[in-house]
Design a protein around this ligand. Sequence first.
Ligand code: HEC
Length: 156
Amino acid sequence: MSRAVFQLLVVFVVFSATIYLLLMVGPDEPVGPPGERDITIPRAPSEAKNLTNPFPISDEVLLEGERIYQSKGTCFTCHGASGRGDGPAGLELNPRPRNFTTPRFHELRTDGELFWVIRNGSPGTRMFSYSPSIITEDDAWKVVHYLRTLPTRRRT
Ligand code: HEC
């Protein structure tokens, strides 16, 4: 191999390595549009599936659930008054707050899994633990019943 060809090769290798390294040093957060996380991936450990709601559904329980969601629970600030995940405090979050008006979401989750997230939060997101610090565990179960009604409620 002639000296000139060898030098050219060295220049080429160094050049490629530099480009490669520059491409590697990107933002370490996954890039992509902010949005809701995939609903098919559970947020709670599998044993949470079997927790059962101690309250039978009634008009009274649903009304209490609604009051908690729309006031002291502060759920509406992120999840939106009608549950679409479009509350003012949720618009800039990544991942976005869950949209409770999607029927498929409710098919994929048991009451126990929803309760578990309200109780423990969803790690790595702005969904913190809201019970028992902000609402009691009984309140959390009532809110779960209310969340179930959001896909069929008239939009406000
Ligand atoms: C500060 C904003 C914020 C508030 C307030 C908030 N949430 Fe959330 N919530 C989120 C975000 C963000 C997610 C998405 C988490 C994820 O994708 O893992 C979420 C997800 C959830 C989920 C779905 C978890 C799943 O299985 O996918 C439930 C249930 C939930 N929130 C209930 C509530 C309830 C009930 C309240 C009120 C007591 C509340 N949230 C208040 C931000 C909020």
